[in-house]
Design a protein around this ligand. Structure first.
Ligand code: UDX
Length: 439
């Protein structure tokens, strides 16, 4: 098939590349000329496993085209995906200005019948608004093309984005037009081979499904973080409680890890946007507000433990941070707990040495001109003369470290672990003071 994907961010670039991988001809469009130029040269704007090689291969083959010219892509395409950003606006709503601008551009430039798909996470009712914007532009031009709106939310996770796109758990198609549904099924058939993973519904329900999924996952995390906080008060161990709870088939084990809070570009913004959607529609969400507030508190739980140990004033103390990205496998630091933790510690007078396998460059940019933080090239370098190690992101390379080396380098043999990575008994034996979350 011939496809245009507008937006070369996480979702757009991965989706477009995975479509090209199956032999489709894909035009990836972005207004950012630098980004397009870099992509043409095989330079990725993000770190994501398997992406670079797949982009370069398909670009060289000629079926993955990067361009700023929307008109060119549209003129050759049967389906156009909107995959631009929908960041959180200052009022907590999803900022749809770019989505609407793109809709206007599509209306101005389309030159034949087209299926228009929203891949971006957009609040319920956005599909209808896009429909109206496009129709208005067509009316202005005095042309009459048949276009069908589809909501096809993306569920990919950063760090495993390519795998998730190549083998999705489900493909939601929000459309009530049979011909359109069949085209979408045809496009996705190779990705869901031998499995009936299509879920067909109306556009509004499809839009809501994405928010409800992310909100459910965020709720599980905040719920477990709340249980962890209670565990600490009553002498229970959340690591064991997770096993006890998750073994119930109805509940399952995933997304029950207590920690120092969820981050990323999706959960915080989507929970907030869903709250706003409810409020605007006349329903004030209760659980969702608490999911957000538990998460905001959770980001400072480790800092509170450090203050309990060392006092409110942390001047002349230095701490080592392992992990800066909001989760392993990505260099993304949007809404990352590490940023809150580091800022709080610096505010209390501490100095920080930090290491992350991938996010150093992004972090350097966030903390530029801040003299209280230094970035190192290895996980052991950050430990010298430090008053304690703080684990924020559970990268694989932190899972079986050389504890003797950590012990030798740290001034105080203390580990504050925001991801409950180690066996407490083992660390006690090795002579560490070991603080986890929820035990
Ligand atoms: C999420 C959704 O999973 C994905 O379906 C959607 O398309 C986009 O949003 P992502 O933001 O990449 O994906 O991250 P995810 O793996 O879901 O993790 C989100 C956050 O939750 C991370 O900060 C992670 O550390 C935290 N988390 C996850 C926990 O604190 N505990 C858990 O048990 C699981």
């Amino acid at each position: 098939m011939n496809i245009t994907v507008i937006g070369t961010g996480y979702v757009g670039l991965v989706t477009g590349t995975c479509f090209s991988e199956m032999g489709n001809n894909v035009y990836c469009i972005d207004i950012d000329e630098e980004k397009i130029k870099s992509l043409k040269n095989g330079i990725m704007p993000i770190y994501e496993q398997h992406l670079e090689s797949m982009v370069i291969k398909n670009h060289n083959k000629g079926n993955l085209i990067f361009t700023t010219e929307l008109k060119k892509g549209l003129s050759k395409s049967d389906i156009c995906f909107i995959a631009v950003g929908t960041p959180m606006a200052s009022d907590g709503c999803a900022d749809l200005s770019v989505v609407f601008q793109v809709a206007k551009n599509i209306g101005e430039l389309m030159s034949h019948d087209l299926i228009i798909v929203t891949k971006s996470t957009v609040p319920v009712g956005t599909g209808d608004k896009i429909d109206k914007i496009i129709q208005k532009e067509l009316d202005k031009r005095g042309v009459n093309y048949n276009f069908q709106m589809v909501s096809n939310p993306e569920f990919l996770k950063e760090g495993t984005a390519v795998e998730d796109s190549m083998r999705p758990d489900r493909v939601i198609i929000g459309s009530e037009d049979e011909k359109t549904i069949n085209m979408m099924k045809e496009l996705y058939a190779p990705y869901v081979k031998n499995h009936d993973r299509f879920i067909i519904m109306d556009i509004r329900s499809a839009e809501m499904s994405k928010y409800a999924s992310n909100a459910m996952l965020a709720t599980r995390i905040s719920f477990m973080n709340e249980i962890a906080n209670i565990c600490e008060k009553v002498g229970a161990d959340v690591n064991k409680v997770r096993l006890g709870v998750g073994s119930d088939k109805r509940i399952g084990y995933s997304f029950l890890y207590a920690g120092c809070g969820y981050g990323g570009s999706c959960f915080p913004k989507d929970v907030s946007a869903l709250i706003k959607t409810g409020e605007i529609a006349g329903y004030s969400p209760k659980i969702l507000n608490e999911v957000e507030s538990v998460n905001n508190n959770q980001k400072v739980v480790l800092v509170n433990k450090i203050r309990e140990k060392f006092g409110e004033n942390l001047s002349n103390l230095s701490f080592s941070i392992w992990g800066l990205s909001f989760k392993p496998g990505t260099d993304d630091m949007r809404e990352a707990p590490s940023v809150v933790i580091i800022n709080e510690l610096i505010k209390s007078g501490a100095n920080i040495k930090a290491y992350d396998p991938k996010a150093r460059e992004v972090a350097e940019n966030i903390f530029k001109n801040n003299e209280n933080i230094e970035f190192c090239n290895s996980k052991y370098d950050v430990l010298n003369d430090s008053n304690g190690l703080i684990i924020v992101t559970e990268w694989n390379e932190f899972k079986s470290p050389d504890f003797n080396e950590i012990h030798d380098r740290l001034k105080h043999k203390i580990i504050f672990d925001g991801r409950n990575q180690f066996d407490k008994e083992l660390l006690d034996t090795l002579g560490f003071e070991y603080y986890q979350i929820g035990c």
